[in-house]
Write a protein that binds this ligand. Structure first.
Ligand code: HEM
Length: 159
């Protein structure tokens, strides 16, 4: 069981690293996209194609975290499942998943469409601002939820 736990922890840390790397990379890419939208929408359009690569990286990391989390739970005899820190952690994990799917996913699709409309000389600045605001809100909530999960993992024995 000790081996299963250690292997799970190793994969968990690899998963966290991959997900964080993908998320930070995606954020930096997004900044470049916004920077180029006013004067060069074509450049922004080609950069948006890369966004899906980052979401693939994030999905891979997430899958590793889920599999390894289950491995650790099994190694600990499923004792953590009923504990308060784990229940709160799962609420935030689900929150991350849902906000990633509904807010980040839908807004990056909207961004893609708006850039195409802008390339066709349509006026879309109000809609673009809305998408930008949603993406900023997503980034802030994502950072807060991940930091809370880290704090829960570290202070789990004090809860
Ligand atoms: C955003 C997703 C997640 C993050 C950022 C995260 C982060 C962490 C961190 C930092 C630790 C502490 C590692 C240590 O003890 O050194 C940990 C432990 C653990 N995580 Fe996760 N985790 C995530 C998702 C999950 C999921 C989905 C599960 C379950 C299916 C899970 C189950 C566990 C378990 C069982 C432990 C070990 C607790 C113990 O040793 O008592 N985690 N996680």
């Amino acid at each position: 069981m000790y081996f299963l736990y250690s292997l799970g922890l190793f994969i968990h840390i690899v998963g966290i690293t991959i997900t964080s790397g993908g998320s930070i990379g995606g954020y930096l890419l997004e900044r470049q996209i916004w920077k180029h939208i006013p004067e060069s929408p074509l450049k922004s359009k080609s950069l948006t194609c890369l966004l899906s690569k980052y979401s693939m990286i994030i999905h891979t990391g997430t899958l590793l975290m889920i599999i390894s989390g289950i491995m650790m739970l099994a190694a600990l005899g499923w004792a953590a499942v009923g504990q308060q820190w784990f229940v709160i952690k799962m609420v935030f994990v689900i929150g991350l998943f849902l906000s990633g799917f509904f807010i980040a996913g839908t807004n990056s699709m909207r961004l893609n469409k708006l850039i195409i409309r802008q390339m066709n000389a349509e006026e879309v600045s109000i809609e673009l601002n809305k998408v930008k605001r949603n993406m900023i809100l997503f980034r802030i909530s994502e950072a807060l939820m991940v930091l809370t999960i880290y704090l829960l993992a570290i202070f789990r024995n004090s809860i």
